[in-house]
Design a binder for this molecule. Structure first.
Ligand code: HEC
Length: 247
């Protein structure tokens, strides 16, 4: 069974409360099944999402998902259909005890790859009751691969050496708004026979090499592979390059 479906069923089972037996006033022995499957928080999402079709749907899914604290695997997730200009999406039965509810990208093994928008975050000030509805109007939010790489990788882990200080390492800016032009079809400073990003070809792109190759004789002064535990992030970079490096 598809794991998304399995998670969904699990969630439904958790909130599948109240199979009640009621007898009628007139004394007839009549049993009524009282299903209330729709317990829990509801997310209503409207408005379009831009560049959703850039994601290979066999490898990634854009979902609304609920997470427990610090976990990269969701408690419950529902994927969004690919529709360029309109979304009208309803997700019910989310446990109010979850830590966050996010619009995010999951990979094949249901691991969160990038958060596109946090819709709810539990805190002392904000706590929701079961049956509360969270509304989000996405207003054409760009959910393309490159904006995800920028926010999940470059801004978080790279920009402080590549552009936020006085001189960017290797002359490479990875700050928001500058990174695309500094990467795609631009010769590598380290090895000018290579491009930093050569669309459709990760193995000849310095960006992918620097994130995946480090060892004796590689010539790097700085080990970039230590940023990544596992290959979720480098796979994302590879996937983006090999699908054409769109902006
Ligand atoms: C602690 C500082 C630091 C951080 C953080 C850092 N880098 Fe670097 N980066 C360097 C240095 C230094 C070089 C030059 C290495 C050399 O000459 O051996 C470099 C080189 C590169 C190059 C080669 C550029 C070229 O033109 O050849 C790329 C691509 C790159 N980094 C990408 C990244 C990415 C992506 C991240 C985040 C995942 C990142 N770097 C994080 C310091 C850093």
């Amino acid at each position: 069974m598809n794991r998304f479906v399995a998670i969904w069923f699990l969630g439904v089972a958790l909130f599948f409360s109240g199979v009640g037996l009621e007898s009628c006033d007139d004394g007839n022995i009549e049993e009524e099944l009282n299903f209330s499957v729709k317990e829990g928080l509801v997310v209503k999402l409207t408005g379009g999402l831009k560049n959703m079709e850039q994601w290979n749907s066999e490898k990634y899914q854009i979902v609304v998902a609920a997470f427990a604290a610090k976990d990269s695997y969701p408690l419950l997730a529902k994927s969004l259909p690919i529709q360029a200009d309109s979304q009208d999406f309803l997700f019910e039965g989310i446990s109010p005890s979850c830590e966050t509810i996010e619009l995010c990208v999951l990979n094949l093994i249901n691991k969160r790859v990038a958060t596109l928008k946090t819709l709810y975050e539990r805190s002392d000030e904000v706590s929701l009751d079961a049956k509360d509805t969270i509304y989000y109007h996405s207003d054409g939010l760009d959910v393309g691969m490159f904006p995800c790489i920028q926010s999940a990788i470059f801004t978080k882990r790279c920009a402080y050496c590549h552009g936020m200080g006085e001189t960017p390492a290797a002359g490479l800016y990875l700050t928001e708004g500058n990174s695309y032009a500094a990467l795609v079809n631009v010769p590598s400073k380290k090895l000018d026979s290579l491009k930093r990003v050569l669309p459709y070809d990760a193995s000849h792109s310095m960006l992918y090499k620097v994130l995946t190759e480090y060892g004796e004789g590689c010539g790097w002064h700085y080990d970039h592979t230590k940023f990544f535990y596992g290959n979720t992030m480098s796979n994302l970079v590879k996937e983006w390059i090999e699908s054409g490096s769109e902006q």
